[in-house]
Design a protein around this ligand. Structure first.
Ligand code: SF4
Ligand code: SF4
Length: 501
């Protein structure tokens, strides 16, 4: 049934038509503007001593940090970049670029460095300002994102905002490599024989609207591919933003959007060095966030920056800076380095040479081609993607389970002031409870983590095949060590968090 969603009755015509998606994106834009408006100027409640009373009752902070940020993880689990299909920011960025300067993105910006910096900046804003707790900070963040989408659209061609500033898109690109759905061409030969390439050409077209005898014709333009992809050559799902433009434009019905095995893109080459850098930052942040509920483990993880801050005599700001550097770079590197060391140790060779021989030693056999440091890390990172995704989904499930019950309050009172006063001050309304009892939730979370670990082990086998130039067992061990290390951290955290009470 899911071999091709485009052929499912009801869903297929919807996916092939551009108007429903435009309306959904427009609705997303309205929600984004509503979040900005309802969050603006709402920081706290005068007279209430709690620092962040509106965190879960205000429309902006609740919709963005709870529903939006957590909800998209489920979409990513199944369809990688599916959120990008309806994302209002990517859409508005692409629309504005049609009337802008249309400059190509310079090659020094066409990588993951700026988006890595955006992710670090966002995390620093969460650490230092706790922007996720205050509606006005959240509204300012949304307004900034909208301005960046408009500004970058006016300068650069296509969806430059996604490449430059959107960490979510980069995260979805990672998860898309393991997701069980993909967009591909049905038959490469049909594409080779197609001269127009209307799927991605952006060529002009005529449209006609008729109502009885009244006929209106006008010239429009086909929507092109925002990622400049050649459909027959797509090898992995990381860059396709599932905008569906090609589906809506292909005259040969040669595109399939359907299921495939999990992990299908693993083993087709590792991450690019700049994407590896992004992945390291993500791995460090997800792991640090996940394990912060396990106090003993958290102290172990943060021991080094704490000691460094004490030695340097740096107080709070300096300590936070050291911690951010540690979490974003050094700590995730330490998680991957054991795998790298296993690979290097596997290259050790001991040869016995005759002592008395006067003949010069025979030249060593030609070295097999081996990957450099960053490319090796890029291969070792791939099997960790399902593990990080599993932790992300567990965090989303726990958050939505705990805070999902606030939705009716947020809809009834978007500013959140009356709801907070009723729930927490006057206590005329009971605080919303969890949606799923803890006894069920903990097993669900455990099943998700175990599923992630099993997928990660399967991914390790594929990554081992790509590491090349070494013994297969060494490569397999190297790929499995980081996966098992990270799984142990997540497993220990989950056990103390949900099972030991
Ligand atoms: S990359 Fe980001 S901004 Fe672009 S469409 Fe996807 S979620 Fe939206
Ligand atoms: S291949 Fe290009 S046009 Fe087609 S869905 Fe992906 S990003 Fe959109």
């Amino acid at each position: 049934m899911f071999d091709n969603l485009l052929e499912i009755k009801g869903l297929g015509p919807l996916l092939r038509s551009s108007w429903p998606w435009r309306l959904i994106r427009l609705a997303g834009l309205v929600v984004l503007l509503a979040m900005t408006a309802y969050g603006w100027h709402h920081h706290a409640i005068p007279g209430v001593e709690v620092r962040d009373p509106l965190m879960y009752t205000n429309f902006a902070s609740y919709f963005f940090w709870v529903l939006w940020m957590m909800g998209v993880v489920f979409l990513a689990l199944l369809m990688g970049r599916a959120w990008c299909t309806v994302c209002p920011l990517g859409w508005i960025n692409g629309l504005i670029s049609r009337i802008g300067l249309n400059r190509p993105l310079p090659s020094w910006l066409d990588n993951f460095v700026s988006v890595t910096l955006a992710l670090v900046a966002l995390q620093l804003a969460v650490y230092f300002l706790a922007i996720h707790r205050f509606p006005d900070y959240t509204a300012a963040l949304l307004a900034l994102m909208l301005l960046l989408a408009l500004g970058s659209g006016l300068i650069f061609r296509k969806r430059s905002f996604c490449t430059l500033f959107c960490p979510a898109g980069a995260v979805f690109g990672l998860y898309a490599r393991v997701a069980p759905f993909q967009l591909r061409v049905r038959d490469g030969e049909v594409c080779n024989a197609c001269a127009s390439k209307n799927c991605v050409s952006g060529a002009p077209l005529h449209k006609r609207l008729t109502l009885g005898s009244a006929v209106l014709t006008w010239q429009g333009r086909r929507s092109d591919c925002p990622a400049d992809l050649v459909l027959a050559g797509i090898e992995d799902s990381a860059t396709c933003s599932l905008c569906l433009h090609c589906v809506q434009n292909c005259d040969n019905d040669n595109i399939v959007l359907g299921r495939r095995p999990w992990l299908a893109d693993l083993g087709r080459g590792g991450l690019r060095p700049s994407e590896t850098l992004f992945f390291l930052v993500l791995l460090g942040m997800v792991t640090a966030n996940f394990s912060k509920v396990y106090v003993d483990l958290r102290e172990v993880i943060f021991w080094a920056p704490q000691q460094a801050a004490v030695l340097l005599g740096w107080a709070s700001a300096g300590y936070y800076l050291l911690t951010a550097l540690w979490v974003a770079l050094v700590f995730p590197l330490l998680l991957l380095l054991p795998g790298y060391l296993v690979l290097r140790l596997g290259e050790l060779q001991v040869e016995t040479l005759p002592i008395s021989s006067s003949a010069p030693p025979a030249p060593a056999a030609a070295e097999p081609h081996r990957l450099g440091f960053w490319n090796t890390l890029g291969e070792l990172a791939l099997p960790l993607i399902p593990m990080v995704l599993a932790a992300h989904v567990v965090l989303a499930v726990v958050k939505l389970n705990a805070k999902g019950g606030y939705l009716p309050f947020v809809m009834a009172d978007p500013s959140g002031v009356k709801s907070y006063l009723a729930i927490s001050v006057m206590k005329t309304v009971a605080a919303p409870g969890v949606l799923i009892p803890l006894d069920i939730l903990k097993w669900l979370a455990l099943a998700l983590l175990i599923g992630g670990y099993l997928l990660a082990l399967a991914g390790a086998r594929r990554a081992a095949a790509s590491l090349g130039g070494r013994k297969v067992k060494t490569c397999l061990l190297a790929a499995m060590v980081p996966v098992t290390l990270v799984a142990a951290i997540y497993g220990a955290t989950l056990y103390t968090w949900l099972f030991v009470r």
